[in-house]
Design a protein around this ligand. Structure first.
Ligand code: SF4
Length: 784
């Protein structure tokens, strides 16, 4: 780990720079763009019954929105205020009162008429609830009844038939840690977290390539780096304050490059509300876009490396940092032999980019002395997500962009809790402080004082699938305990997921609000347990940002939901009821006691035990992991890995389909209209050439279909790479296959090939289509 400490926040220049303006017309009048002032007023209005508390949360708490990370209104990157509309949108979750009893106990079908946005607005879950099979409404229960009955059910099954899942909705490290410990205390390793559907490939790839499981650098490294590449990431939309860091970077001469099938309007230009010149005239962010095919990133990166190897042949040292490679990496010759053996036709076809364009990118990076690579779900949500990320690590190592100022690899995360989830051990492949290896198991057994089950736990997707196994199967899922999460609206093939949820004997939803998954039947009982928000938890809590800053969020004075409990306490209480003989080993006196134990269980987190008041923060691992090129791998070297170009099966007449986010925070939708392009959530984005070729006009009804499902929407022309189309997530999830995962990281595949037709043509031919199509054609459709 690094010895250099983060230098703390820096200042923005005061004088404006008109070269960066999007338009001299103030406030982007006439352009499609977010309305920050209007959104802020709406947030004030939504929280009008609790404004002082809302204000205290914003000024004292650690943001429970994305994982950029901010304590109060201050971050560690720039001086000046840090606030965005994503945070303002989620604020209401923390300030709203409980659901009214007459609504909460209404007939379940009345609740089922609502979508998740409407359910969320009903208010907080006030007390424990239960609904047995055949019952038409939730019944109020006591905490004792709830935990005793859940514990009794758990005791009656094999621990392999029990699975836990924790989302990242404001969940603190303390809760992840307690859940990880409670699950193992109860006897199961089936515990997983929200990174399984976002960044698990980042961790598996960075581990095998560099020996690290987190961003190697800090946001400060963006500011002044020569090249900042965003790969399948729309940070401007998903981590809005990152635009401020991008602005600061541009003011220092940084070039911003986006690699993405869609020319994302938010990355092209952004009106940053807290920077006066940007609020008025906007800021051009991306200097260039490389519009790769969906799934074409590996080919693109292999192409860039092929150019580098050619440049090196002509002039050694012109493209590759030989010193770094020789001193700090393994596998150079194998990688070179593999990449130089690839042919350009395959690279161009898979990437969708010409050799000339790939050369431009390769030369830009070759000239750069420093570079930071940032990525998101455009790289990770593939069945080859781990390979995608290892390719990024290959590029970074070949250029020596690791372990020094203005250099690094950064999986930018979308949920405030998610970085800490795996680091606390709420993951089937991890324990606190390391992987699920014999050495780490033994070490943690000494810390915890009880034996940890040795079998490999399942990822959440497999646990859910296991609900459909025969009753007598050792891994048939019988109790599913989920803290937050809405699987119907996050996983591919929602109807299949519904069947899985229904086939569990007992489901427990520990949450602050209801969502559509909470309302699905179970074979015996559905329990709903009211959780506290992070701001309500006595003793406060911590969360870890993308750049490994561990922020302390204090308990904030304000109204309380009477029966809501701190989540860590619920897990410990449950474990003590399932295993009374281990009660002493699983109870914590308070949140500080958990932090004290985390510091021992995960040595990187040594320092967390000292966080106790508002504003307390430390960065684990220092400013740069792999500092000076020394990687925490067994031999201290990074591993260059040859990565095969994946086979992308796209039969004639099909398009690659992927998903994008609009005005939403993960699966929570805040507007039916995307503020950056004006699209509706059921719009299908298609290039002008493709739309013209199909003779479909803007706004016409279209159907996208494949053997997994059918999506009904409207066509919207967009600047997206031809042959590719975009749909919104999760609405488009019907088009993706169930049960297809990245083999290293277990992330589901969120891409597919599909036919797109005018709705009228589709309906006219619907009845005959599948009879007429050849079976082989259906079989060869791309699995994502
Ligand atoms: S950018 Fe992320 S961390 Fe910052 S205020 Fe917005 S949601 Fe919170």
């Amino acid at each position: 780990m690094g010895k250099t400490k983060h230098p703390g926040p820096t200042r923005l220049p005061l004088a404006p720079d008109p070269k960066l303006w999007v338009s001299p017309v103030p406030f982007g009048l006439g352009k499609i763009k977010p309305h920050h002032i209007r959104d802020t007023i709406k947030a004030v209005w939504d929280n009008r019954d609790n404004l002082p508390y809302a204000y205290r949360i914003l000024t004292q708490g650690v943001c429970d929105g994305c994982a950029l990370g901010v304590s109060g209104l201050r971050d560690r990157t720039l001086t000046g205020p840090h606030l965005c509309t994503t945070r303002l949108n989620v604020l209401r979750l923390n300030t709203m009162p409980a659901i009214k009893p007459e609504i909460l106990h209404a007939d379940i079908d009345e609740l089922r008429k609502m979508d998740s946005a409407q359910l969320r607005k009903l208010g907080r879950i006030p007390y424990p609830l239960v609904r047995a099979k055949g019952e038409r409404a939730f019944r109020r229960a006591t905490w004792d009844e709830a935990l005793d009955r859940i514990a009794a059910k758990i005791r009656s099954i094999d621990p392999k038939q029990l699975a836990f899942y924790l989302t990242a909705r404001g969940i603190t490290n303390e809760t992840y840690y307690a859940a990880a410990k409670a699950a193992r205390c109860i006897g199961t390793n089936n515990i997983d977290n929200a990174s399984r559907i976002c960044h698990s490939p980042s961790k598996s790839a960075l581990k095998r390539s560099l020996g690290i499981g987190a961003s190697s650098c800090s946001y400060r490294d963006w500011i002044g780096t020569d090249v900042l590449v965003f790969w399948g990431s729309v940070a401007a939309n998903n981590q809005p304050v990152s635009t401020k860091y991008m602005y600061a970077a541009k003011r220092k001469g940084t070039k911003i490059i986006c690699v993405n099938p869609y020319r994302e309007p938010a990355m092209e230009g952004y009106w940053i509300p807290s920077i006066p010149e940007s609020a008025l005239f906007g800021t051009k962010l991306a200097d260039d876009f490389y519009q790769v095919n969906i799934g074409g990133d590996i080919a693109f990166m292999n192409g860039a490396m092929k150019i580098w190897f050619e440049m090196e042949e002509e002039r050694p040292g012109s493209a590759i940092d030989r010193k770094f490679v020789e001193e700090h990496t393994n596998g150079y010759e194998e990688l070179k032999a593999f990449v130089t053996g690839l042919d350009w036709e395959t690279i161009e076809k898979s990437s969708g980019l010409s050799r000339a364009r790939i050369r431009e990118f390769a030369e830009l990076l070759a000239r750069a002395r420093t570079g930071v690579f940032v990525w998101s779900m455009g790289l990770t949500q593939h069945r080859f997500g781990t390979d995608n990320v290892s390719q990024v690590a290959n590029l970074a190592m070949l250029r020596g962009f690791i372990g020094r100022a203005h250099c690094g690899v950064m999986p930018i995360r979308g949920h405030s809790g998610v970085q800490g989830a795996g680091e606390m051990g709420a993951d089937p492949f991890s324990l606190p402080g390391g992987d699920f290896t014999p050495q780490n198991i033994e070490r943690i057994e000494r810390v915890w004082g009880f034996e940890i089950p040795k079998w490999q736990g399942d990822i959440v997707g497999v646990s859910l699938e296991n609900a459909l196994l025969p009753d007598d199967h050792e891994r048939k899922l019988k109790v599913f305990y989920t803290s937050g999460g809405n699987f119907l609206e996050t996983m591919p093939d929602p109807e299949f997921i519904r069947r899985c949820l229904e086939n569990v004997d007992v489901r427990v939803h520990q949450d602050i609000v209801l969502n559509t998954s909470t309302l699905v039947d179970a074979r015996e009982e559905v329990w709903v347990l009211p959780a506290m928000t992070r701001y309500e938890q006595p003793g406060g809590g911590t969360s870890t940002s993308t750049e490994r800053m561990v922020y302390f969020s204090p308990e904030i004075e304000g109204p309380r939901i009477e029966e809501a409990r701190p989540e860590w306490q619920i897990y410990c209480d449950l474990a003590a009821r399932v295993k009374p003989e281990r009660k002493e080993l699983i109870q914590f006196k308070d949140a500080a006691a958990i932090r004290a134990e985390i510091a021992v269980a995960n040595p990187h987190y040594d320092g967390i035990q000292h966080l106790s008041k508002r504003g307390d923060v430390f960065q684990w691992g220092g400013a740069w992991l792999c500092e000076d090129g020394i990687c925490p791998t067994p031999d201290g070297r990074g591993n260059l890995l040859p990565i095969q170009i994946p086979e992308l099966r796209k039969p004639e007449g099909h398009f690659y389909v992927t998903t994008r986010r609009g005005k939403q925070f993960n699966s929570m939708i805040y507007s039916e209209t995307d503020p950056f392009n004006g699209a509706d959530r059921y719009d299908l984005l298609m290039s002008k050439e493709d739309a013209d070729a199909l003779g479909i006009q803007d706004g016409e009804a279209v159907v996208a279909y494949n053997r997994y499902g059918v999506f009904h929407g409207r066509l919207k022309r967009a600047d997206i790479a031809p042959g590719n189309v975009g749909v919104y997530w999760p609405e488009g999830n019907v088009l993706f296959p169930k049960g297809v995962y990245d083999s290293h990281a277990g992330i589901p595949e969120y891409n597919a090939a599909a036919v797109v037709e005018k709705a009228e043509t589709y309906h006219a031919l619907k009845d005959t289509r599948y009879v007429e199509r050849r079976v082989e054609e259906l079989e060869t459709e791309m699995h994502g």
